[in-house]
Every structure is written in C-alpha cells, then in structure tokens.
Design a protein around this ligand. Structure first.
Ligand code: DAT
Ligand code: MG
Length: 154
C-alpha cells in the first residue's frame, strides 16, 4: 500500500511569475507522488510570519516575508513514501549556488532570495505547515488508480 507521509510544497512568487508552475508540479506528479491539496493565492503577512516563525530572528527575515508577498503563491500538499526527504532532494539545497544540477533549484534559479520553491524539512514541520495553509476539509481523500504500479504490493 502507498505510504501516507505528507509534505507541504509551495511554489514561491518568482516560480509563478517565471511560468514554472507546470514544470514544478510535473516533477512531483511524474515521480509518482499524489497531490492532496492545492491553492493559488496571495499570502498574508500574518500567515507568512507564522510559516517562517523559526527564522524570525534572522537578518533576512523581513526581506523574506516581503519577497513571499510579491505575487501569488501555489501552496500544495503531496503524499507518498518518504516524501518529506525525497521532496527536499528534488528541490535541492537552500542556496541555488550550492544546489546540485538536476534539482529544481539547481536547474531553475540562481540566488537564495529567489529560490522558487519551498518544501517542509521534517515530518513535524510538514504537519505544522499543512495545518497553517489548509483546513482538513481541503485535503482530498482519494486513492490513485496507478498506485499498484508505483508501490510494491504487501
Ligand atoms: P529552505 O527553504 O531550504 O527550507 P530555510 O528554511 O533555511 O531554507 O530558509 C527559508 C527561506 O529563507 C529560504 O528558502 C530562502 C530564505 N533564506 C534562507 N537563508 C537565507 C540567507 N542566508 N539569506 C537570504 N535568504 C535566506
Ligand atoms: Mg525551511
């Protein structure tokens, strides 16, 4: 059976403006992960301050919150086996100058303050972030017909 681990992935305003929504979503879709929820929205200051609360003391924090409000974002919930770690691997290192080629950041952006995408860094942060951006009713409950071709049967 498919694992139920979930992660919070968000296309940032630069990813939206640069026309990368489809390409980014395709990477997760083609891998075999399941889309559970998605929105297209302008994020508020309050929501972003909660989302990045652990970085509140950092010098780049005000600029980060400003950047995340430059335009709409695409918050999403994705599900699959080991998805938190695998999602981070697909995204690449925080600073695109250190992100490996083949990762989204390694291939599609150049600077840390315009790094196009967010992904949760642990299962507890994924749970916190999913709760901040989505209500329980917004998380779709369905099974993917392809699952038995993606996951080994138990
Ligand atoms: P990640 O997004 O890889 O989880 P993070 O949680 O440490 O990285 O930081 C959140 C975002 O803050 C990151 O995507 C870009 C910004 N950021 C992090 N470190 C930064 C720095 N040294 N200068 C400017 N922006 C930074
Ligand atoms: Mg982070």
């Amino acid at each position: 059976m498919a694992a139920r681990e979930r992660t919070f992935i968000m296309i940032k305003p630069d990813g939206v403006q640069r026309g990368l929504i489809g390409k980014i979503i395709s990477r997760f879709e083609e891998k075999g992960f399941k889309l559970v929820a998605m929105k297209f929205m302008q994020a508020s200051n309050e929501l972003l301050e909660k989302h990045y609360a652990d970085l509140a003391g950092r010098p780049f924090f005000p600029g980060l919150v400003r950047y995340m409000q430059l335009g709409p974002v695409v918050p999403m919930v994705w599900e699959g086996l080991n998805i938190v770690k695998t999602g981070r691997d697909i995204i690449g290192a925080t600073n695109p100058m250190e992100s490996a080629p083949g990762t989204l950041r390694g291939d599609l952006c150049i600077q840390v303050g315009r790094n196009i995408i967010h992904g949760s860094d642990s299962v507890p942060s994924a749970e916190k972030e999913i709760g901040l951006w989505f209500t329980d009713e917004e998380l779709a409950n369905y099974s993917m017909a392809m699952d038995s071709w993606i996951y080994e049967e138990n």
